[in-house]
Design a protein around this ligand. Structure first.
Ligand code: NAP
Length: 291
């Protein structure tokens, strides 16, 4: 009999912090790895994300620094600060917490690729497609690890991604192709999305619309749904882009077909794996230029 398995990213991330020995001993004599997070303007959700990143860094002996700019700051002041971080040898990773006010859109490209811990620079994004050494984007890399550690086979599988952002959908294309999946990507201009999702073995959803994807979009062949979304529902509760309950109830109708099915919860699925990937990237940059 097939089971419905909840992909617990929180638990996996906790075990990976230990397993991969990312955490440096407290008494380490070398300088510690350092991450600088730049925030611009006041985005409520960002405050939560930054707090989670800070907690993860502190747990792993990474120096965490946040530099905040108001939304009416002179853009050249921010760029000057970023230039200074780019050449500061005590700084390993730099990231700009998105979203930023419109005026600052794309400012994260001023981070040099070697310190671009989010993997958003043109170089690092390109690296996911031509397999050169690069810093992988955190959320896509976290998703790949979640699939890997849960033994979810990708070879030859139809993977449908909904959402083509630079931070989720686009880097995932390269990573999934590398693992021999057949990849289709949909976006807001895609016609008849249901015709495409109906053929998915694995569905990855990153659109930013609360509970948008439900059982109407899938068929019984869909065995895995990864929900990247982080939204608030009508009651102010955190929820994903996928209607979790509706999908699980639909899958229950096929409980005798011997297919193991997997779904990520929100919260506790992709989010913690994203933070883990960030910590991993900081440590990777640090260990490659240890001095
Ligand atoms: P984004 O930049 O706004 O991109 C959204 C994508 O969804 C776009 O490609 C858009 O198409 C597409 N889209 C929007 N409505 C659609 C529809 N009705 N049908 C099909 N495609 C549609 O968003 P993002 O930054 O990728 O984030 C997506 C969600 O993931 C958000 O809820 C965000 O908070 C969450 N997120 C979570 C994590 C995490 O760690 N858990 C990390 C990153 C993001 P167009 O390109 O045509 O506009």
């Amino acid at each position: 009999m097939g089971n419905i398995n909840i992909l617990n990213g929180k638990k996996l991330a906790e075990s990976l912090y230990e397993m991969q020995d990312l955490c440096l001993a407290d008494d380490v004599e070398l300088r510690k790895p350092k991450l600088v997070v730049i925030t611009i303007g006041d985005d409520d959700a960002s405050k939560v994300y930054v707090r989670n990143k800070k907690k993860a860094c502190e747990k792993c002996n990474i120096i965490f620094e946040q530099k905040h700019f108001s939304e009416d700051e002179d853009i050249n002041i921010v760029l000057d600060y970023m230039k200074h971080l780019n050449i500061d040898r005590s700084v390993d990773g730099i990231m700009v917490q998105l979203p930023v006010p419109y005026r600052f859109k794309g400012i994260e490209q001023a981070i040099m690729p070697d310190k671009d811990v989010d993997g958003f620079s043109t170089y690092n994004l390109g690296g996911t497609l031509n397999n050169v050494k690069h810093i992988p984007a955190c959320t896509p890399n976290g998703i790949m690890e979640l699939l890997h550690y849960n033994d979810i086979d990708l070879e030859g599988k139809n993977v449908v991604i909904i959402g083509r952002s630079n931070i989720v959908g686009k880097p995932l294309i390269g990573m999934l192709l590398e693992r021999n999946a057949t990849v289709t990507i949909c976006h807001s201009k895609t016609e008849n999305i249901k015709n495409i999702t109906a053929n998915a073995d694995i569905l990855i959803v990153a659109i930013g619309k609360p509970k948008f994807i439900n059982s109407y979009y899938i068929t019984s062949k869909c065995m895995c749904i990864i929900d990247v979304g982080m939204n608030r529902d009508e009651n102010g509760e955190l929820c994903g882009d996928v209607d979790f309950e509706d999908i699980v109830n639909y899958w229950k109708m096929f409980s005798t077909d011997n297919i193991e099915r997997y779904i990520t919860p929100v919260p506790g699925g992709v989010g913690p794996m994203t933070v883990y990937s960030l910590v991993k990237n900081v440590n990777m940059i640090y260990s490659e230029q240890l001095y």
